[in-house]
Design a protein around this ligand. Structure first.
Ligand SMILES: [Zn+2]
Length: 76
């Protein structure tokens, strides 16, 4: 998830892994937070039920890959 936080009175965006809670540095802009996740090889997935985007750090991405593959198989 990208969490909206307040840091020293400023609105900032904090990338948080939806599985393990790992974070990246907070960013001033939502788009910057997304870019930072791409740069650090985080993965993105839209939850089919809630419609919410989920974000996973590289180690969780690796851990999730087998189940993600079966999710995709289920769609077809
Ligand atoms: Zn993680």
């Amino acid at each position: 998830m990208i969490k909206r936080i307040r840091e020293y009175g400023e609105r900032k965006y904090l990338p948080v892994c939806d599985r393990c809670g790992a974070t990246l540095a907070s960013e001033w802009d939502f788009e910057y937070a997304v870019d930072a996740m791409h740069e650090k090889s985080w993965s993105f997935r839209k939850d089919a039920f809630s419609g919410e985007w989920e974000h996973f750090c590289p180690s969780c991405t690796r851990a999730l890959r087998p189940s993600a593959a079966s999710d995709f198989a289920g769609i077809a």
